[in-house]
Design a protein around this ligand. Structure first.
Ligand SMILES: [Zn+2]
Length: 419
């Protein structure tokens, strides 16, 4: 099973937007770019919403049928490990093996020695084609890489072999993710991480490093764009070199997590993948649910009412909702409007405050992030929320499709400026 050059992870919290999401890819195809969908949902997300992995498979299959989608599509067991992978075996054919928690745990003396022995041939000046600066590979550098990553990569090997045992070789796409690490990995670390992955004989097709800067949920990139651009392009060169050096799958490419809404990065990412003829997997961050709220609010009446209700409840339960997301949100509470103010808003004010349109004076990153982490409020509403989603289907789907196509796919994969 070979993942295509361009793919997009389309998380969908409530599982209702599969068709609207896929429609964006149908439109993209008409515009001249082939992107395959990967429906992803993590174990964490399933637990918070009360869904199971099988639901995602049903949603993906149904969307594909409805739109007569002929190309490939995948269902991603997102951020799994040995403890959580089993319930994804039947329904998934893409596995994001997350080993960030194992970074820094010590490998055995024996395996550390073996790693250092295998890597000794890279000692001295290492010039990776496409990377400007040569790197001096020393014993100290190799020791440091082993100390940080070796055990984690061994763990990835265990998870990978477990999946192979259950599903058979070549029957799924394997990603290894370290994006939830505390610190970013630089290109040379990425090179030796890929060496470690090759030693574990993982047929890896996508790798998700942690990049420099902050990838916050649902808002634009926070950080140094030029530094990101350099690192991103170096990572692409490192991957191409590692594929040859370690005999890794030819289609190995970068996976960018929390990649939705990173509008200021799309031009540089597009330029890099175009120049290097590289592939890319962009994983979105569950922001489709925000398009549901936008669609509801835009519909007025009880659609706007439920959107306000969700905001008010999220405002009142801020601490509880924010707790699991503290590393990936930056909300200034003093900038959040009081629910009694929001109660007076018309649909336009609600929509413009929430929609990720940086040229709108009403847009608020604080408001947007709070609603984003407020999906649990909607989950708790259960049937009531579901009914509204049915009632205002047309407006919601329009927003879901447009958000993916216009604000994400066009600038990132086609190099077209968003309007
Ligand atoms: Zn991730």
């Amino acid at each position: 099973m070979n993942l295509e050059k361009y793919s997009i992870g389309i998380g969908d919290r409530f599982g209702r937007e599969g068709v609207a999401q896929l429609r964006a890819l149908v439109e993209a195809k008409k515009l001249g770019v082939d992107i395959v969908p990967v429906w992803n949902k993590s174990n964490r997300e399933h637990t918070l919403i009360g869904t199971s992995p099988g639901n995602v498979r049903v949603e993906a299959d149904a969307a594909v049928r409805e739109l007569s989608w002929r190309a490939s599509y995948y269902v991603d067991a997102d951020h799994i490990g040995l403890a959580t992978v089993d319930k994804f075996i039947a329904s998934s054919d893409f596995y994001t093996i997350d080993v960030a928690d194992y970074i820094g745990k010590p490998a055995t003396r024996e395996s550390t020695d073996a790693f250092l022995r295998d890597m000794a041939k890279f000692k001295g000046t290492l010039q990776i084609p496409g990377v400007d600066a040569a790197v001096e590979v020393t014993d100290a550098l190799l020791m440091e890489v082993a100390r940080k990553y070796l055990y984690a990569l061994e763990e990835a090997g265990k998870v990978y072999r477990h999946i192979v045992e259950k599903k058979g070789e070549n029957s799924f796409v394997a990603e290894v993710s370290v994006d939830e690490a505390d610190k970013p990995q630089n290109p040379i670390e990425l090179f030796f991480i890929l060496a470690g992955i090759a030693r574990e004989k993982i047929a890896i097709q996508t790798i998700a490093p942690k990049f420099t800067g902050s990838f916050l949920k649902g808002i634009d990139y926070v950080g140094d764009i030029r530094q990101f651009a350099r690192e991103f392009e170096d990572d692409i060169s490192v991957i191409a070199f590692a594929v040859k050096t370690f005999n890794l799958p030819e289609n190995l490419k970068l996976s960018v997590h929390s990649g939705s809404d990173k509008f200021s990065l799309y031009p540089v990412m597009h330029a890099a993948i175009a120049r290097c003829k590289a592939g890319l997997h962009l994983k979105t961050a569950g922001t489709t649910w925000l398009e549901e709220v936008i669609g509801l609010a835009a519909s007025g009446n009880d659609g706007l009412e439920i959107a306000k209700e969700i905001y008010a409840a999220a405002f009142n339960r801020f601490d509880e909702l924010a707790k699991p997301y503290l590393p990936v949100i930056q909300i200034d509470r003093t900038k959040l409007p009081e629910p009694r103010e929001v109660a007076k808003w018309d649909e336009r004010q609600f929509v413009e405050t929430l929609r990720h349109n940086q040229s709108s004076r009403m847009y608020s990153i604080h408001f947007r992030q709070l609603v984003h982490i407020g999906f649990r409020i909607a989950a708790e509403m259960g049937e009531k929320y579901n009914q509204r989603l049915t009632e205002y289907r047309a407006e919601i789907e329009k927003n879901v499709t447009e958000n993916l196509l216009v604000r994400h796919i066009r600038p990132l994969f086609l190099g077209q400026a968003a309007d």
